[in-house]
Design a protein around this ligand. Sequence first.
Ligand code: ZN
Length: 70
Amino acid sequence: MHVFFGDMIHTFQVNDILEMKKTHPCGGYRFVVLYTGSDVKVKCLTCGREMLLPRVKLEKNIKKVISENL
Ligand SMILES: [Zn+2]
């Protein structure tokens, strides 16, 4: 398992776990990446809800990336 901070967040890919600065309304702060493009689809690991967010907006909100793909 690899954990990235700061500039390394841009390396996130499908199946990575993102820890967000702002929590989801359900209280969860960990999200799994389902799809990446100009928009990124993520799923809240706490409530299971899926969201599609502009990549730029999402990246500003990432605190940490947890990857098992490397
Ligand atoms: Zn949630």
